[in-house]
Design a protein around this ligand. Structure first.
Ligand SMILES: [Zn+2]
Length: 379
């Protein structure tokens, strides 16, 4: 007989924070979309049936801080081979290109990848290249705003790096934030700002951010962290969050300090989104920095006490909403694109190390099983 659906994932533990649904469900897929979700679909409903009992079935993962201007930016990774094998079906480049170099990222990388890709463009016209924002003649507010307006479906905001050395440096930190503000307001878009190794107190950064803007590298451990002298999350961070400013991880190992993250989470200050700041592995080999996948970041924050549903939300519906794409992906609601990650939460302990070598002991870690992109198995 004719199967009603192309594929049914049977008996997995589905977690879909967007719908506040968690439990054992069969998930049916047809024509690249989620076609049905039910506790038990008829045995002959699927053309293909995959038994995923004991596994997690979650929306395809969304990583909103990566660098995939492959072969142009020095550390740009290849998106499909970096993301799909770990369940990431949507990824956002954080400022590798600026308005002058954007067309190449769009036409050579984004248009030719299986992964669903978006980008923040850099406030500096040439992207993430020296002199970056230590020279503000790199900034053209009008051209950047026009670039965003012309590709509004793919460009989801403006990136700047409030950092020193490099980035804005100290002298240009506030002027650059003000230029970013002006550009974002003119384009009707959002800011994502790097705060790792910030040369200015974070209070001076967040006071220039509006609801929907994003702070990345929230748990970095260099100068000007989110904690005050008493180890409390700074009042200004809590206030910024309550006005709708979002806090992202941007892990990359170098921007992750385990004691700071642990303290913040104990105080209830959990990240809105988990992300990797993923770059190319090959070219970083031999350096102390090692690449960490989104599954590693999820395992780390689960070990730090973030509840499972909240971890899944921070890599599915929350990042989708954070880039203005809520309701388009990041959920397994019927009719959504069948971007799906099948994962195992295995008793496979890993000791993760932060930038200072401090350990996070993860007893249970996320392991990849299957990635579907619009219903097709891609990893
Ligand atoms: Zn980055």
């Amino acid at each position: 007989m004719n199967a009603r659906y192309d594929l049914v994932l049977r008996g997995g533990e589905m977690i879909d924070p967007a719908q506040r649904v968690r439990g054992r469900f069969d998930v049916a897929i047809s024509k690249g979309k989620v076609a049905a979700v039910a506790p038990s679909l008829p045995a002959d409903a699927g053309g293909f049936n995959v038994d995923v009992k004991g596994m997690l079935v979650v929306p395809g993962l969304v990583d909103i801080h990566t660098h995939f201007y492959n072969k142009v930016m020095l550390l740009g990774c290849d998106p499909d081979t970096s993301f799909l094998p770990v369940g990431v079906t949507t990824s956002v480049d954080a400022g590798s290109s600026g308005w002058r170099t954007w067309a190449g990222l769009r036409d050579f990388v984004i248009a030719n990848s299986r992964t669903r890709l978006y980008a923040f463009i850099h406030l500096s016209g040439v992207g993430l290249l020296p002199p970056e924002l230590t020279d503000l003649s790199q900034v053209q507010v009008e051209e950047t705003a026009e670039c965003i307006a012309a590709d509004r479906d793919v460009i989801v905001g403006i990136k700047l790096r409030v950092t020193s050395p490099g980035g804005t440096g100290e002298a240009n930190a506030i002027p650059a934030l003000e230029k970013a503000r002006e550009t974002a307001d003119r384009a009707g878009s959002r800011i994502i700002t790097h705060v790792g190794r910030s040369p200015i107190p974070l209070a001076q950064v967040v006071e220039r951010l509006k609801p929907g803007d994003i702070v990345t590298h929230t748990f970095h451990g260099f100068t000007n962290t989110i904690l005050d002298e008493r180890g409390r999350v700074r009042r200004e961070m809590v206030e910024a969050r309550s006005r709708g400013v979002l806090f992202d991880v941007g892990h990359a190992n170098v921007w992750f300090d385990a004691p700071i993250a642990r303290a913040a989470i104990e105080q209830g200050f959990m990240p809105d989104t988990l992300s990797t700041d993923y770059t190319s592995q090959e070219r970083t080999a031999g350096r102390t920095r090692y690449m960490i996948t989104l599954l590693d970041v999820m395992s780390t924050f689960l070990a730090l006490g973030m509840p499972l549903d909240r971890v899944i939300s921070a890599v599915t519906d929350r990042p989708a909403a954070a880039i203005g794409k809520g309701g388009q992906f990041g959920s397994l609601k019927v009719g959504m694109p069948a971007d799906i990650a099948v994962l195992e939460l295995a008793d496979r302990p890993v000791t993760y190390r932060d930038n200072n070598g401090q350990p996070v002991e993860a007893g249970r870690t996320f392991q990849h099983v299957i990635t579907l992109r619009e219903g097709a198995k891609v990893a």
